[in-house]
Design a protein around this ligand. Structure first.
Ligand code: AMP
Ligand code: GLY
Length: 425
């Protein structure tokens, strides 16, 4: 089957690795991809937001399935574009419509959706410059820390958590006057939920859903969850504390009302629903929705699944998901991200990467890599590689990933040694 996969991160390398079972090397195209995906399929330098160019590639290369990794093309309406264009309308697309992607693309939309469908989430107000006073008044009713979120996509940087009221007022003012650009002209102010985070993923084909293994990612740059937020410095799956009782609550109070809500509102959604949850005293709340696989969560979930993942992706895109069986997986998976020194601030690219042949018992997914003119593998992003291991226990998986993380070398290499340690205790 001829497949075009959109994206260029570790998530896409993991997806390409899985899709390889359905598409041979000559049949899998990745736009734009990275040095890892180039070993599995053919990279193509398309602008993923230029839908006419993507459409032309799909026609020219007789693509039979489009799999969209990142959120930007979904929020910008790639699925809607394919449905509108007659020659493309028969190509199944894995990923929701622009309306569905608003669950991620607009915090205000997601909050209103949760309110309409009685899905547990933090109390909030939606604020623009016009009703800023209401925002200040709502803040006064909350005890710190205060949470301010830019409405639109802000590449993980649109959330402020502030410890005192005076500072929060100043920040609100600055965000409303454009500090995050247009994404921040509308904000959500919400109550802080103290608890433990975890992520739940479901394939949803418009009518049926299937749950994937749970995962936990480590967003902060520093050990002990310190320092600024990143795209994610590591992940584990499944989450050891997500027992049957908690998962029953998650499914009944969150997953089912979400899919019912999407159906009842007539929202075209065939892809992944990512539920970012906060567990407060054993009670789950939704912190955020995303409309795609998490990255680096994909690098642990995908290798863990024992079922035919490419077939599940195809069925989801076609609206023919078999939801009668739970997915099978055994043991645990861990991934440790090797990042460029300085990330998530300024960092240098182009550092030669060595030692990949020394790795054993781990899979290395490329996140930000490319080959230079001489064919040398070099770093090409903040997050460079994801070192994933599978083992009967999480402790063993973590140990293997850390051992191999040491063996790979590039100038400025940085990684967290404490991924997963909090849930091992
Ligand atoms: P988001 O982009 O909405 O996932 O927010 C980024 C991070 O901020 C989350 O992963 C949480 O760690 C934190 N966060 C967001 N909203 C809240 C909240 N209401 N209470 C506590 N932490 C939050
Ligand atoms: N790892 C967080 C995300 O993909 O949004």
């Amino acid at each position: 089957m001829r497949i075009l996969l959109i994206g260029s991160g570790g998530r896409e390398h993991a997806l390409a690795w899985a899709l390889n079972a359905l598409a041979g090397k000559e049949e899998l195209f990745i736009a734009p991809g990275n040095a890892g995906t180039a070993e599995i399929g053919e990279n193509t330098a398309l602008d993923i937001l230029d839908f006419p160019a993507v459409g032309k590639f799909v026609i020219d290369h007789r693509i039979e399935l489009l799999v969209v990794g990142p959120e930007q093309p979904l929020v910008a309406g790639i699925r809607d574009y394919f449905e509108r264009e007659e020659v493309l309308s028969k190509v199944p697309v894995f990923g929701p419509s622009a309306k569905g992607a608003l669950l991620e693309g607009s915090k205000a939309f997601a909050k209103e959706f949760m309110k309409r469908h009685h899905i547990p989430t933090a109390r909030y107000r939606e604020i623009t410059e016009e009703n800023a006073e209401e925002g200040f008044a709502f803040m006064d009713t909350l005890s710190p820390p205060l949470v301010i979120k830019a409405d639109g996509l802000a590449a993980g940087k649109g959330v402020l958590i502030i410890n005192d009221h005076k500072k929060a007022r100043e920040e609100l003012q600055s965000v409303l006057s454009g500090r995050f650009g247009p994404a921040g002209r509308k904000v959500v102010i919400e109550e802080f939920l103290p608890g433990t985070e975890m992520s739940v993923f479901a394939f949803f084909d418009g009518s049926h859903y299937v749950l994937l293994p749970t995962a936990k990612d480590y967003k902060r740059i520093g050990e002990g969850d310190s320092g600024p937020n990143t795209g994610g410095m590591g992940a584990i799956a499944p989450v050891p504390f997500a027992g049957a009782d908690l998962m029953r609550k998650v499914e009944e109070r969150i997953v089912k009302p979400t899919v019912k809500g999407l159906i009842s509102e007539g929202i075209d959604y065939r892809g992944i629903i990512y539920f970012g949850l906060m567990i407060v005293d054993e009670e789950p709340y939704v912190i955020e929705y995303n409309c795609r696989f998490g990255d680096p969560e994909a690098e642990v979930i995908i290798p863990l699944i024992r079922d035919d993942l490419p077939e599940l992706i195809r069925q989801t895109a076609l609206g023919r998901l078999d939801s009668s069986k739970a997915l099978r997986f055994e043991g645990a998976a861990a991934t440790v991200i090797l990042a460029s020194g300085g990330y998530p601030g300024n960092y240098e690219k182009g550092k030669p990467i060595r030692g990949l042949s020394e790795v054993n018992d781990s899979m290395v997914f490329h996140a930000g890599t490319r080959r230079d003119d001489t064919g040398q593998l070099i770093s090409n992003g903040g997050r460079v590689l994801a070192v994933t291991s599978l083992a009967p226990t999480l402790a063993e998986a973590l140990k293997t990933s850390l051992r191999n993380a040491e063996r790979i070398e590039f100038e400025g290499k940085y990684f967290r040694r404490d991924i997963g340690q909090d849930v091992l205790k």
